[in-house]
Design a protein around this ligand. Structure first.
Ligand SMILES: [Zn+2]
Ligand SMILES: [Zn+2]
Length: 245
């Protein structure tokens, strides 16, 4: 039994004292770079690792979907079937070691990375947005993961003065398949994936996400936001994959 004087009580007491001691020592140790383990006065990543991150090059990417290496022109897909969003800005190409950082954030709850990446997103976003929105997770996924990584990334943008509408946009289900649908049915199908409970008439909306792959989810969300009146929808993502397949 866990009563004072029992073995169980004593071992609990020892382990809680040990835990507290370890935590206080950890606070005194120098910070370690998340990627290379270098120690020092480091905020998540060391300067050497930051210098070699695969930065996304706006001048060489599709201005609509951020696909890298189009020479700065619209990619074939954005010309043939333009998505509902107007533009996309990325911080990095989705390549090593950014893929590792995003994975650690998403699947291992490394939330200090979200703060670090979110600060960079906020720096890139600039001003001029009426509304900022993190891509919502479906309720089931949120329960399973315990947090929405896009919302964690968007937190540093909350101070920009833009209205946050995270509570007014719900994700109904995973992005539906678009295969075999004509354009009007495709739009209806896409819009149905999200429910927007706010009037966005004339608003410029900035949508924050971690990785953009096919862009189908962001297309669905932009379609729903425009259905609610948004005039312009721009995606701001941590990383863009080099192809849409
Ligand atoms: Zn490093
Ligand atoms: Zn494109």
């Amino acid at each position: 039994m866990n009563v004072p004087g029992s073995d169980k009580y004593l071992s609990n007491l020892i382990s809680s004292i040990w835990g507290a001691t370890r935590r206080s020592f950890a606070a005194l140790l120098p910070a370690e770079c998340f990627l290379c383990g270098a120690e020092g006065d480091i905020d998540v990543l060391c300067a050497a690792c930051i210098a070699v991150l695969p930065r996304w090059q706006a001048a060489r990417a599709c201005p609509v979907c951020a696909l890298p290496d189009t020479g700065g022109g619209r990619c074939a897909r954005c010309v043939g079937a333009p998505p509902a969003f107007d533009a996309t800005i990325a911080l990095f190409d989705y390549a090593f070691p950014i893929d590792r950082l995003v994975h650690a954030l998403k699947y291992h709850g490394a939330l200090d990375l979200a703060g670090w990446l979110g600060d960079r997103l906020a720096g890139r976003a600039g001003d001029g947005w009426d509304t900022v929105l993190a891509v919502p997770l479906h309720r089931d996924r949120l329960q399973e993961r315990g947090f929405n990584q896009s919302l964690e990334l968007a937190r540093p943008l909350a101070g920009s003065g833009a209205l946050s509408i995270h509570r007014q946009v719900l994700r109904r289900r995973a992005t539906p398949s678009q295969a075999g649908l004509g354009a009007p049915a495709r739009r209806r199908n896409l819009r149905a994936a999200f429910k927007v409970d706010v009037d966005l008439e004339g608003r410029h909306v900035l949508v924050v996400d971690d990785v953009m792959t096919t862009g189908a989810t962001l297309d669905a969300l932009a379609a729903a936001l425009k259905g609610a009146g948004a005039e312009r929808v721009v995606n701001l993502v941590v990383a863009r994959t080099p192809s849409t397949v």
